[in-house]
Design a protein around this ligand. Structure first.
Ligand code: GLU
Length: 437
């Protein structure tokens, strides 16, 4: 074998090795259970409660036949996983994505349970998912999938039972269709069955950008703890959907220079900083951040490894893994996405003293304002945006401080601090409720 062949072989081996090690870390439900495991030992969780928390309370799997625009029927697979409702009605978004799996939805439902608990709102956790590719579906097809999905889960949701909301590739229009379908079945209007609605249908002021607002409040508090001045600090944002693009706006407001951004089609960089409004306009016009004037294209993987102060992962799960965590140079990571960091990557980041504000806290702004929306709906009220944002600010800052202090108390990473508080609260509720029969 020649030298060239040998080099080629080692490269192929490395790629295979990398693929294998990433897939080992990439089952989100296993990752969620690993987090439960390690938190259980920190808080000395009652083994009986631990046993109950290993399994979602209810899993719904539904088939959704839809007549497509071409006249033929296509079947879509949908899920709703209700993980735990000891602290209140199930709560969580619905995701439309071609890579949705049951294990992913189970993990997301678990994380919703911890998320609602860590910000202390009276909800349990759930999540929904439909395997579909909304980017290649017409409005009519998306509406048909949404209405059929709603009809199939209608007996299991409700204002006091399970309250869905938007997630990846679903939005306020999706919520409007769910609201209408559910209300038609009931025979009366039930706005409080979903959150993340348009204002015209009882949605809350401030809900649209609340995930990002909460995420950047966390980044700001983290910077305070590390004595990093935000004026002139730099940031990179992975994912430029709702959470990513609004994060750019709020970072810019704080004087932070967002030097890089990416989406599913690529990544861009400018050392002078990207203007958030211009970047969004370009993305809306062309469908991607790529090609924005005055920027250079960079490798999307490299975005995570840029020499910036703040990194905002705002895409999907498993972005930061054991393979690239060691190359992360950011001092603060505020996780707008759910599950962007694997437990193996967490260990590396902790060793390297990167302050990771975990997803269940950093992206809890969305569900916090969902809760405020639901409270307004149940009381037939509509609050001013200032009132909503003031409550969000207060809830986020106090949850941040509690998680930060708890991490110091146990001498663990902030993720473990947040999980410790969240899981303890759920465990206390489970114990008080007991088991029936
Ligand atoms: N999908 C969002 C999340 O993952 C929002 C959930 C909600 O508002 O219920 O937190």
């Amino acid at each position: 074998m020649g030298v060239r062949d040998r080099i080629r072989l080692t490269t192929i081996e490395k790629v295979i090795e990398r693929k294998l090690s990433t897939s080992k870390e990439s089952n989100p439900y296993e990752n969620a259970m690993k987090q439960l495991e390690s938190t259980a030992s920190i808080i000395k969780l009652d083994p009986d409660v631990h046993e109950m928390l290993r399994y979602p309370k209810r899993i719904l799997s539904v088939s959704l036949p839809v007549r497509m625009d071409n006249g033929h029927v296509k079947n879509f697979q949908g899920y709703r996983v209700q993980f735990n409702d000891a602290r209140g009605p199930f709560k969580g978004g619905i995701r439309y994505h071609p890579n949705v799996t049951l294990d992913e939805v189970k993990a997301l439902a678990t994380w919703m349970t911890w998320k609602c608990s860590v910000v202390d709102i009276p909800y349990g956790g759930a999540k929904g998912g439909v395997i579909c590719d909304p980017k290649n579906m017409s409005m009519a097809e998306k509406e048909a999938v949404t209405r059929r999905y709603t009809a199939m889960i209608a007996d299991f949701i409700g204002p006091y039972r399970d309250v869905p909301a938007p997630d990846v590739y679903t939005d306020s229009q999706t919520m409007s269709w769910i609201l209408d379908t559910y209300s038609q079945i009931k025979g009366y209007q039930v706005p409080e069955v979903v959150t993340g609605k348009p204002i015209a249908l009882g949605g809350s002021e401030g809900r649209n950008n609340s995930t990002a607002r909460g995420c950047i409040i966390c980044a700001r508090e983290a910077a305070k703890e590390l004595n990093i001045p935000l004026k002139g600090a730099t940031a990179a944002i992975q994912g430029y959907g709702n959470a990513g693009s609004w994060s750019a706006v709020f970072l810019q407001e704080l004087g932070v220079k967002v030097v890089a951004a990416s989406d599913s089609s690529g990544a861009i960089y400018s050392k002078n900083g990207l203007d958030s409004a211009q970047t969004l306009r370009h993305k809306e016009k062309t469908g991607s951040v790529k090609g924005l004037q005055g920027t250079e294209e960079i490798d999307a993987e490299k975005l995570l490894e840029l020499d910036v102060d703040i990194l905002i992962p705002a895409a999907l799960e498993n972005s930061i893994t054991a393979d690239n965590a060691g190359n992360v140079k950011a001092k603060i990571i505020s996780e707008a996405a759910n599950g962007p960091t694997t437990p193996e990557a967490d260990k590396v980041l902790e060793r390297n003293k990167v302050l990771v504000v975990p997803d269940i806290l950093a992206n809890a702004g969305g569900v916090t304002v969902s809760y405020l929306e639901w409270v307004q709906n149940l009381n037939r009220q509509h609050w001013a945006e200032e009132q909503v944002n003031a409550q969000l600010e207060q809830k986020m800052v106090s949850a941040f401080n509690a998680a930060y202090q708890t991490s110091k108390k146990y001498n663990v990473a902030m993720r473990s601090g947040a999980l410790a508080i969240a899981i303890q609260r759920v465990a206390d509720a489970i114990k008080l409720l007991g088991i029936w029969p």
